[in-house]
Design a protein around this ligand. Structure first.
Ligand SMILES: [Zn+2]
Length: 98
C-alpha cells in the first residue's frame, strides 16, 4: 500500500523502501477523475432519462450518489497510476536515484 491515508502518499514503499516522496501528482488525478466520470455520466444521464423518464428527485439521487461513489473509487487509483508513471519514467525527483 503506497498510501498512508486516502490520498496521502507514503514517503517510502512499505515493501521495498523505494523513496516515493519525490512524486508530483498535483492536480493530475483530479483532472483524470473528472474527465472519466464526466464522459461516463453525461451520456448515461441522457440514456437514463430517455429510457425511464424518471422523477427528477430519483435522477438527482441516482446520479449524485453515482458520481460521488465513482469519483471516490477512481481518485486514489488514478493517483497511484500517475505516481507509478512518474516513477517508471524517472520523472521529477525519481530521476536522482537512478
Ligand atoms: Zn515497493
Amino acid at each position: 500500500m503506497m498510501f498512508k491515508g486516502y490520498l496521502k502518499v507514503a514517503d517510502r514503499c512499505p515493501v521495498c523502501r523505494e523513496d516515493l516522496s519525490q512524486h508530483r501528482a498535483d492536480d493530475g488525478p483530479a483532472y483524470l477523475t473528472i474527465l472519466i466520470v464526466g464522459h461516463l455520466m453525461a451520456p448515461t444521464i441522457l440514456w437514463f432519462f430517455n429510457a425511464f423518464r424518471p422523477d427528477p428527485l430519483v435522477t438527482f439521487t441516482v446520479f449524485t450518489v453515482g458520481c460521488v461513489a465513482l469519483s471516490l473509487y477512481l481518485l486514489p487509483r488514478l493517483k497511484g497510476m500517475i505516481v507509478a508513471i512518474q516513477w517508471a519514467k524517472r520523472m521529477h525527483g525519481f530521476g536522482k536515484s537512478a
